[in-house]
Design a protein around this ligand. Structure first.
Ligand code: SIN
Length: 350
């Protein structure tokens, strides 16, 4: 963004997708028996302070409980975020979203759009109708971060803390401060209308690569991945499983056998291993069978914190480790498969 653009970029666009932040309960003290995705984004913005020198636009992209998030909403969301990012008058975006799959949407937006402006996802743990809802403060904080000079990349703002998309995980089903960035720690903190940064803003090249290899360049990702993701048929079937005491390979074999009209074949599998990504021997045998049938298999850890620490041979047992939480790792594999398709297409075209 040049200085001329910066001088006129005073709009913050708020895109609504639903979630508890837009939830409605029958009783004001009911924090669990409510329906998510009921109240429009325009109403959520009512009375929320607008950062000085800025004005706010809003748009309802979806109205769902984010447990149901997936390509059907991600496609229009990617398209609308990309559209608004390209507007010179837009300083940044805020996306209101359910907490349950927030980390997946955040990771997807960061990896695919690599935005040079801030895209701030925010949420709530209590419905909008609660006696003391947390959504209004989170939304105010998110607007502040979106309007912050120098802000860039996809960031999650919840309970006064800002998190990067590659580290953030929902770690608690009920408490207001439900997100953690684990060992990495939060990007920063919003207190009394002021942002204090602890870490650098995400830059596209910084998002965790795979086995130490950088991802393809942001421009390449954007140009190749975005059109494929916007097409309904661009998404491959990538599943996740967890290795555990008493596990066998039955789940993997069932996934391999699952077929039928309209059923996309399994293309990728991310396994959350025990401890440092170790796998039950029976699960490992079934995963080898999957690999032999062309399924790409990656491993991560089922531990709540930390990432698999690769030894001298990062592809231990022939299954490479990825330094991402399970939810982000599944999307990373989805994108890697799409990237592989693009390389294949380029070869055919060449
Ligand atoms: C949702 O993810 O949409 C419901 C739960 C929440 O937002 O906290």
């Amino acid at each position: 963004m040049d200085n001329r653009q910066a001088a006129v970029a005073t709009t913050v666009v708020v895109l609504g997708t639903g979630g508890t932040i837009a939830g409605r309960a029958q009783c004001r003290d009911d924090h669990t028996g409510y329906t998510a995705g009921q109240i429009g984004v325009q109403a959520l913005l009512h009375g929320i302070p607008v950062p000085t020198g800025h004005h706010v636009e809003h748009e309802q992209v979806a109205q769902i409980d984010s447990k149901d998030m997936g390509p059907a909403v991600w496609r229009p969301l990617l398209a609308r975020v990309q559209h608004h990012l390209q507007r010179p008058d837009v300083a940044g975006l805020v996306v209101t979203h359910g907490t349950d799959t927030l980390e997946e949407t955040a990771y997807l937006l960061q990896r695919v759009l690599c935005p040079a402006k801030p895209v701030v996802l925010t949420c709530a743990m209590r419905p909008a109708t609660a006696l003391a809802p947390d959504g209004p403060q989170n939304l105010a904080d998110a607007l502040l971060v979106a309007a912050h000079p120098g802000a860039r990349g996809v960031v999650v703002v919840c309970a006064g803390r800002a998190h990067r998309a590659d580290a953030v995980q929902k770690i608690h089903p009920y408490r207001l401060d439900a997100f953690s960035s684990g060992d990495a720690g939060p990007l920063g903190q919003v207190e009394q209308g002021r942002l204090t940064l602890w870490r650098a803003w995400p830059a596209a090249a910084e998002v965790a690569g795979f086995n130490g290899n950088p991802w393809p360049s942001p421009q390449h990702q954007h140009d190749e991945l975005l059109p494929r993701l916007l097409a309904a048929e661009g998404w491959h079937r990538v599943e996740t499983i967890v290795s555990h005491a008493g596990a066998d390979g039955a789940l993997v074999r069932a996934l391999l056998a699952y077929a039928g009209p309209g059923v996309a074949p399994l293309r990728g599998l991310v396994v959350a291993g025990t401890g440092n990504g170790t796998l039950h021997q029976d699960v490992l045998a079934a995963l080898r069978q999957a690999q032999a049938q062309g399924v790409v298999v990656w491993r991560t850890t089922r531990c709540a914190e930390g990432r698999v620490v690769p030894g001298d041979a990062p592809e231990q047992d022939g299954i490479p480790a990825i330094a991402l939480p399970l939810a982000q790792a599944r999307l990373a594999l989805q994108l890697a498969l799409l990237h592989g398709d693009a390389l294949g297409a380029a070869k055919v075209a060449g």
